[in-house]
Structures are given as structure tokens and as C-alpha cells.
Design a protein around this ligand. Structure first.
Ligand SMILES: [Zn+2]
Ligand SMILES: [Zn+2]
Ligand SMILES: [Zn+2]
Length: 138
């Protein structure tokens, strides 16, 4: 993604453009997999942990990235599709976790099946599939 595109992207989400936001956004857009905050810290050493964490939270609130539920205790973040904004996140896509390399991918074109259970109000649903990713099963 071009620098000017990144700037416009932030503006579209009503965010002030800062160097840290541009760098974090660039990193998210350049990676095929979901990112952990550890990866952010390792790749963007010019910023302290607090600044990166704050930027991450700003992006979650703005509907740019979402936290991926994971039982490993390591929080991972994936890029949202264009339907998300500061009002709400709108996605029900499936996530895939690779047993071999440990990468987690968003699968935006695959949706969690809608389930109706009488007497229950379902607000959110998550599905993590696991197995071998494309890179690991070749
Ligand atoms: Zn979202
Ligand atoms: Zn893999
Ligand atoms: Zn996702």
C-alpha cells in the first residue's frame, strides 16, 4: 500500500495521521497473517510498547483491526474488511490456526454458520479451525 493510500485510509476512519499509526497500518497491510502485539514490538522498534498498544486499541475502536479469540492466551489481531467502522464491527468470518507454523489467518470469504437456539440470544459467534495452512501442507 502506498504512503498516500495509508494516509487516506486513516482519514477515512476519521483518525489523525501519525507516524506510528502509519507504520502499524503498513505492517498490518503487508502481512498475510494475523499479528500479535509481540510482532508489532519486534518489527516497529522505534516506538515504545505503550504507544503501540494505544495505537492498536485506537485501530480496534475505529474498526480497522479486530481481536481474534484464541485459547492460547496470545492475543492476535486481524485486519477488518470495509464493513467495519467506529460504530461496530461487522464480520462473522472464520479463522484458521495452523498447527505447524502457528500462524492465524482471517478467512473473510468463509462465514460462521448462523445458529438459532430457542430461548437464547446469540450476540457473537466465533469459529477457529485448525490444521495445516497452505504454506505448511505443500
Ligand atoms: Zn472488524
Ligand atoms: Zn502453517
Ligand atoms: Zn479475522
Amino acid at each position: 500500500m502506498q504512503f498516500s493510500e495509508l494516509k487516506n485510509f486513516l482519514k477515512q476512519h476519521k483518525l489523525r495521521v501519525t507516524d506510528c499509526r502509519l507504520d502499524v497500518l503498513q505492517l498490518f497491510k503487508s502481512k498475510k497473517h494475523a499479528l500479535t502485539s509481540r510482532v508489532l514490538e519486534d518489527e516497529l522498534t522505534g516506538y515504545d510498547r505503550v504507544t503501540l498498544f494505544r495505537t492498536l486499541n485506537t485501530f480496534i475502536e475505529a474498526g480497522i483491526v479486530h481481536k481474534i479469540p484464541d485459547d492460547s492466551g496470545v492475543a492476535r489481531y486481524g485486519v477488518c474488511d470495509s464493513k467495519c467502522d467506529a460504530e461496530a464491527h461487522h464480520h462473522d468470518h472464520v479463522h484458521f490456526k495452523c498447527d505447524e507454523c502457528g500462524n492465524v489467518d482471517c478467512l473473510p470469504t468463509h462465514h460462521v454458520p448462523r445458529i438459532e437456539i430457542p430461548g437464547y440470544i446469540i450476540k457473537d459467534s466465533n469459529m477457529i479451525l485448525n490444521g495445516l495452512c497452505r504454506a505448511c501442507n505443500g
